[in-house]
Design a protein around this ligand. Structure first.
Ligand SMILES: Cc1cc2nc3c(=O)[nH]c(=O)nc-3n(C[C@H](O)[C@H](O)[C@H](O)COP(=O)(O)OP(=O)(O)OC[C@H]3O[C@@H](n4cnc5c(N)ncnc54)[C@H](O)[C@@H]3O)c2cc1C
Length: 468
């Protein structure tokens, strides 16, 4: 097979695997290259380890809530080493079941360990050998971006990868960056007992999401003890004894932030160095990500790209779908397949969890829609009072004339679960009235979608439970 594959894939992450399995379902022979650990970011240092640790921190928080309502859980400590061993077990189990076993059982799929590099548009080289094919998929992913700050190289900083592999829980942490990784890991470390400070260059937390949701989340993070400093200009970072000290300007003053560990969370850079894309004529955008069209074709015929390396929505599900669309385009030309990023859901696994699908009010208006929106506090959902998680907001954006749903944005306890129903509704081009008329389980947090939809044309505070 190594002599004559139908498709060569660079990378073995979630994007690569989804694409490879799709190709084998067409009866094609796939050769996959991996230069590091099988499975890539999601399973090894992304979704799986982070969500395992976040879930543990959630347990801790719930235990404290329990003691406040009369349950005898007075103190709860953290055995961090044991927690790390548990995280590692989850990673090992899922890597074996979802990647290694899948690889071994997939007929027509072969993995070669080694870094692959394009020599020309039909040839890659790895381990000193050349491999030829007519079709390639670039799925090499990305890695944590390191900001340019004086002295940063002398500091023993963490990235999202090393933060999840740390063996000891630090007493204090400064996080540079106020995006998804910062809030997910920041809340997790704070809940486990580490004092967290988030320094953000811009004026607000999570600049890419709806401001009402970002504010609702910030309110919770601050209540839990996280310090958030916006509008920060970074001057330097230094090692002083065992501490790292970040010097930064904010609000017209120069401040020093000392911490046990510094975590850099300023985004993802594409892992294109050394891939030889210039030899294959593959074009990059101004940030170095591979440019593609909606069929994931690159500028070079016969070469597609998908996943984090394309820099659009850097989440595992979207990368997998991009990989599938690319393979459909390769082996089923004329299928009409194309990426639809507007119905791609995403979640931020804080508490409250943030779910996002479709347009914000602003992006809908920019796309030419005449919009109407409704937002509702999570405290309007009866189940929120049952669980004691009343913080957050549910927001919907619709077309003013037709009532068609354009975007759904919950920030609620377990809010990520709500987004799957919302995604189906958007996919089916449902209206606000469709959602309002759909029976939902009582009491459930999912009822928040129905209540928010009902709130477009009536005052839901005047409705009794389950009333329509
Ligand atoms: C902390 C964290 C939490 C996250 N949580 C979530 C979440 O909850 N849900 C979600 O959907 N997404 C989450 N993500 C994002 C998700 O992990 C990524 O979007 C996804 O893993 C990207 O997959 P990929 O296959 O495109 O790239 P990767 O998984 O990075 O795979 C690329 C692979 O290519 C290999 N490679 C690179 N260059 C070469 C080469 N020249 N030759 C051979 N191999 C090469 C790399 O070693 C790597 O294994 C998270 C990310 C992080 C960092």
């Amino acid at each position: 097979m190594t002599d004559n594959p139908d498709l060569i894939i660079l990378g073995s992450g979630s994007t690569a695997f989804a694409a490879a399995l799709r190709a084998t379902s067409y009866g094609k022979r796939v050769l996959m290259f991996e230069k590091s650990v099988l499975g890539g970011t999601c399973i090894n240092w992304g979704c799986v380890p982070s969500k395992t640790m976040i879930h543990a921190a959630q347990f801790m928080h719930e235990a404290r809530l329990g003691s406040a309502i009369g349950l005898g859980i007075e103190s709860c400590g953290v055995d961090y080493e044991r927690l790390c061993a548990h995280r590692e077990q989850v990673v090992l189990k899922l890597r074996k079941e979802r990647y290694l076993d899948v690889l071994q059982n997939a007929s027509g799929l072969e993995l070669i360990k080694g870094a692959a590099r394009f020599l020309d548009r039909h040839t890659v080289e790895a381990n000193g050998q050349r491999y030829h094919a007519d079709r390639f998929l670039i799925a090499v992913g990305g890695y944590p971006r390191i900001p340019t700050i004086a002295g940063i190289d002398q500091c023993d900083y963490l990235t999202s990868r090393s933060a999840l592999l740390m063996k000891h829980l630090p007493e204090s942490m400064v996080i540079i960056g106020g995006g998804v990784i910062a809030v997910e890991l920041g809340q997790m470390f704070q809940r486990l007992g580490c004092r967290v400070t988030i320094l953000e260059h811009g004026p607000r937390l999570l600049p890419a999401i709806d401001h009402e949701l970002a504010e609702a989340l910030l309110d919770v993070l601050v209540t839990e003890g996280i310090t958030f400093v916006p509008n920060v200009s970074f001057c330097s970072a230094n090692k002083v004894g065992n501490l790292t000290v970040v010097t930064a300007d904010s609000g017209g003053r120069r401040n020093e932030y000392a911490c046990d560990r510094l975590l850099l969370a300023v985004g993802t850079a594409p892992a294109t160095d050394g891939v030889g894309l210039e030899n294959a004529g593959v074009e990059l955008d101004h940030k170095g990500f591979v440019t593609t069209d909606l069929q994931m074709r690159t500028s070079t015929s016969g070469i597609w790209a998908a996943g984090d390396v394309t820099g659009r929505m850097m989440i595992a599900t979207v990368g997998a779908r991009e990989g599938i669309v690319a393979v459909d385009d390769m082996f089923n030309p004329g299928c009409g397949c194309a990426m639809d990023y507007l119905t791609a859901p995403m979640a931020i696994f804080t508490d409250p969890e943030v779910g996002i699908v479709g347009h914000t009010e602003e992006s809908a208006r920019q796309s030419g829609f005449d919009t109407i929106s409704n937002s509702m506090p999570v405290s309007a959902i009866p189940k929120a009072h049952v669980t004691g998680h009343t913080k957050g907001v549910v927001k919907m954006v619709a077309d003013r004339v037709t009532g068609r749903l354009l975007g759904v944005h919950p920030a609620a306890h377990r809010g990520a679960e709500l987004i799957n129903e919302a995604t189906l509704a958007l996919h089916q081009r449902s209206t606000v009235s469709d959602l309002a008329a759909t029976m939902h389980v009582y009491p459930s947090i999912g009822e928040g979608l129905k209540l928010c939809a009902q709130g477009f044309d009536r005052d839901i505070s005047r409705l009794s439970c389950c009333a329509e």
